[in-house]
Every structure is written in C-alpha cells, then in structure tokens.
Design a binder for this molecule. Structure first.
Ligand code: NAP
Length: 263
C-alpha cells in the first residue's frame, strides 16, 4: 500500500527544478497532490520541464537565477501570487564550477558564495517572513551534499561554501521553532542525474578512461554498491516536508547508500 504523506493541496516552491534532483522533487510533490512552483535560470529548459509535469497537477514556472537578489525577490513574489502562500520550501541549487582550491580566483569565490551562502539565507528569510505571517508556519528542506562532511578536493568551491547550510539549518530551526517553522537539510550522496553524467564525461576526458569506468569506481566506493535515484531522494524530501516528521527539525540527513564514514 502506498504511503500517504498528507501533502495534498500543500503549496510548494522547489528551486533549481528544471532537471535532476529538483525536477524529481517537484514530480514527487505533484504525485502527492501538492500545488507546485518550479524554478531555474534557463527559461526554455524550465518551460519544457513545466510541460512534462503539467499532466500531474497544478504546476507554475518562475524563471530566475538563484545567485541574484532581484530574481529571488521576484521568485517569492510570483510564487505567492501563483499559490497564495508557501507551506514548503525545497531549496536546491545549481553547482559552482568544479576544480581544486588552487584553481580559483577571488571572483570564483565571490560568485560561489552568492549562490551557495547568500542565496539560501536570503530566500529562507523571504519565505520565513510569510510563513510566520500566515500563522500556520511551514517546512523548509535545504539540499546540499555529502561533501560538506568529507570535502572532495576536485569540487573545492562546493565543498567549502556549502558547509554554511549545516549551520543555517541549525540556526533557523532554533530561531523559527517557536513560530511553527521546521527546517531540515538533506546531504545527497551520488544521485543519478545529468550532473553525474557530466562528471563522468569530465573524468573520462581528464583521466583518459571511459565514462562507465568512472561510474564503476564510484559504485565501488559506495557500500550499497550503486548510485541512488532521484525518487529515493524525493522520498526523504517528502518525509521532511510532511507531518510524518512533525518532531524533527535542525537535522541534516545523509541519503547516500552509507557513503559517509565520519561519525
Ligand atoms: N547528483 C548528485 O549526485 C548530487 C550529489 C550531491 C549534491 N548535488 C548537488 O545538487 C544540486 C542539483 O544537482 P543535480 O544533480 O540535480 O544537477 P542537474 O541535473 O545539473 O540540475 C541542476 C538544476 O539547477 C538549475 N540551475 C543551475 N544554476 C541555477 C541558477 N543559478 N539558478 C537557478 N537554477 C539553476 C538547472 O537549471 P537551469 O540550467 O535551467 O538553470 C537545473 O534545473 C547541485 O547543486 C549539485 O551539486 C548533486
């Protein structure tokens, strides 16, 4: 028997959702009967995603770059006008450019910080404001990555800048707890999306191996022996967005097939 997450009619904003993890989450919410706003920076990709999702239920699309203050203001304004409120925020981002620490300039750190540090904090404030005003509160789920626990040298910008999300989740959950807003994080391990294919192609090019070889190497590193699916990740997102997790706030949950070693 399918589990009922009780999300029917809930008003949900999922950022960075024209493909991959965000798209999978939007799809899962629609299948639960939620009303959803999707977002991404590329209007054409976003319109295609909306067309594919539309048969599942009520879905709106708002184009916007998560690294821009004006676009974040616009995203929240449009979401409120489309849905009449926001009960659930699922925050996903694009990725900063890959590379090792010594590869990056001041400007690279600046733009990665705008995307991965300033943007989730500012968006959380905008959404929390209206969740508090509504009187019924809400839930926020911030997606980051397993690399914030065990940095990956080849994606240094991501490994360093995303660590803020651990603290953001704890800080917000404590400040907003009394206002009925629960805030949690998810640390995905390797999840099968276009980004994984891209990482495999990059590794193939730089190391002169086949893309499938890189995927096999990764799978060998994962105790459960395989890369996860967006639907497995979405189940965790639905859980933290629903009343099934009613006494959970401030956690960052790894969904990684036991990849992380640290205690
Ligand atoms: N897949 C994994 O194994 C994995 C594991 C851990 C963490 N992550 C992280 O999770 C996030 C999503 O990964 P994914 O695998 O789903 O990647 P993906 O398939 O490449 O999707 C990325 C999404 O982000 C959107 N996006 C990119 N830049 C944006 C921006 N500035 N503003 C708004 N939207 C933007 C893209 O749409 P547009 O191009 O239309 O803007 C797309 O919808 C990434 O930050 C990734 O680093 C992924």
């Amino acid at each position: 028997m399918a589990l009922d997450f009780g999300l029917k009619g809930q008003r949900v904003l999922v950022t960075a959702s024209s493909s991959g993890i965000g798209y999978g989450a939007a799809q899962a919410f629609l299948q639960e009967g939620a009303r959803v706003v999707i977002n991404s920076s590329n209007a054409e990709k976003l319109a295609n995603a909306r067309s594919k999702l539309a048969p599942l239920g009520e879905v709106h699309a708002v184009t916007g770059n998560l690294g821009s203050k004006e676009d974040l203001d616009h995203l929240v304004k449009e979401s409120l006008s489309d849905l009449g409120g926001i009960d659930v925020l699922v925050y996903v981002t694009g990725s900063p450019k890959p590379g090792r620490f010594m590869d990056f300039s001041y400007e690279d750190w600046r733009s990665a910080s705008d995307l991965l540090v300033v943007s989730p904090a500012y968006l959380a404030k905008l959404v929390a404001d209206q969740m508090i005003k509504s009187g019924t509160g809400g839930r926020m789920v911030f997606l980051s990555s397993w690399v914030i626990k065990e940095p990956l040298l080849t994606i240094a910008l991501s490994s360093v800048c995303r660590t803020t999300l651990l603290s953001l989740v704890r800080t917000l959950s404590r400040e907003l707890g009394p206002r009925k807003v629960r805030v949690n994080g998810i640390l995905p391990g390797y999840i099968r999306t276009g980004r994984i294919d891209q990482l495999a192609q990059n590794a193939a090019k730089t190391r002169g191996i086949k893309a499938e070889e890189w995927v096999r190497e990764i799978e060998n590193e994962i105790p459960m022996g395989r890369i996860g699916t967006t639907s497995e990740l979405s189940n965790a997102i639905l859980f933290l967005s629903s009343e099934l997790s009613s006494y959970i706030s401030g956690v960052s949950l790894p969904v990684d097939g036991a990849l992380l070693r640290s205690i």
